[in-house]
Write a protein that binds this ligand. Structure first.
Ligand SMILES: Nc1ncnc2c1ncn2[C@@H]1O[C@H](COP(=O)(O)OP(=O)(O)OP(=O)(O)O)[C@@H](O)[C@H]1O
Length: 243
């Protein structure tokens, strides 16, 4: 397994962010990671990357805690926050800087720029990029180490319809190459067409972990599956079923 999360617990003061989060991400599949606002998706990803420490439980990447990996970007590429870049650097220089700081070969920079459709704008300052372009740049950074596993937090955000169609195909192609792809999203329509597998979470724990085709067959659509499975796990809602 590429990523194995086992019994994660995490509190922020009196807020329980993770309450026994447990799942695994498999190679060759796009795994959607979905749940209401505050369900614990970003916290889980931060714990996997060692950016937050869990109070209990383990998160392993290729059987190892991420922070103990000697060349982490060769194991797991991640995109957590598309805004996290130095605005005065060009996209190409941003990637070159990242590659060098991580001990990676800079020759891959032009490759990932091409893969993410950024070649023609690679010499523009990243500070002038739209959110959709920043998402592509974050994706390029995630792929720098040619990792077998990719983890993306809401990569569809800010993408225009062309970008969404492109990203759907791109995530599928990464999985077809044998990579494990974990992608969080609130866009069920996108995931129905993109993900093979779905981990549905609420209030810091897994509510369902199964194949998208099974969930769709059982609930008529992924959106319906999501609404049914997360009933009762939403903190703020105008939905009638959670009153
Ligand atoms: N640094 C922090 N300090 C305090 N509380 C936090 C912190 N990070 C997360 N939380 C809380 O932990 C819970 C889980 O948040 P998290 O961001 O992981 O959820 P999420 O599923 O990613 O939500 P969203 O879909 O809105 O991005 C929420 O109640 C959130 O307010």
């Amino acid at each position: 397994m590429s990523i194995v999360v086992d019994g994660l617990h995490k509190r922020f003061g009196s807020t329980v962010a993770l309450d026994g989060m447990t799942f695994a991400v498999r190679p060759g599949l796009v795994t959607g990671f979905v749940g209401p606002n505050g369900a614990g998706k970003s916290t889980t990803m931060r714990v996997i990357l060692g950016l937050d420490a869990a109070d209990a439980g383990t998160a392993l990447v290729d059987d190892t805690p991420y922070r103990s990996l000697r060349r982490p970007l060769r194991h797991l590429g991640s995109l957590l926050d598309a805004a996290a870049l130095q605005p005065s650097r060009t996209a190409r220089n941003h990637l070159l800087w990242l590659a060098h700081s991580q001990g990676l070969d800079g020759t891959r920079v032009d490759e990932v720029l091409a893969l993410t459709g950024l070649t023609s704008v690679a010499r523009r300052r990243a500070g002038g990029y739209s959110l959709g372009m920043r998402q592509r740049l974050g994706l390029a950074a995630a792929l720098l180490g040619d990792p077998p596993t990719v983890m993306l937090d809401e990569p569809f955000n800010g993408m225009d319809p062309d970008g969404i169609i492109w990203l759907r195909g791109f995530l599928r192609s990464l999985a077809a190459e044998g990579r494990a792809v974990l992608v969080s999203s609130h866009l069920m329509g996108e995931l129905q067409d993109t993900a093979h597998h779905l981990v549905v979470v609420g209030r810091g724990r897994v509510l369902a972990d199964g194949r998208v085709s099974d969930l769709v067959a059982e609930h008529s659509s992924l959106e319906q599956a999501y609404l049914t499975l997360t009933r009762g796990a939403v903190e703020f809602s105008t939905r009638e079923d959670v009153r």
